[in-house]
Design a protein around this ligand. Structure first.
Ligand SMILES: [Zn+2]
Length: 83
């Protein structure tokens, strides 16, 4: 069972990280700080993915965007995401 809390956290951090990186390309004045914020958020989201979003059967790190298939790509067992 994968906790929905971590999936949501991953989604939010990735989104904020991406937006910061895009903003860094557009806003000349704050590009350095926005770039750093973006990279930090991406690192944290990757950390959450690697640490908490794993197959409960074989421990493979799962691709969050493919969680709706409800199957582990490695061991093909059913994966439950907490509601
Ligand atoms: Zn598995």
């Amino acid at each position: 069972m994968i906790s929905k809390k971590y999936v949501n956290m991953y989604m939010v951090l990735t989104l904020v990280g991406l937006l910061s990186l895009i903003a860094a390309l557009m806003i000349e004045k704050y590009k350095v700080i926005l770039f750093i914020i973006g990279v930090v958020f991406m690192i944290i989201s990757t950390y959450i993915n690697i640490k908490y979003i794993r197959c409960p059967h074989c421990d493979t790190v799962l691709n969050v965007t493919k969680l709706n298939t409800k199957k582990c790509p490695h061991c093909k067992k059913h994966i439950e995401v907490e509601k």
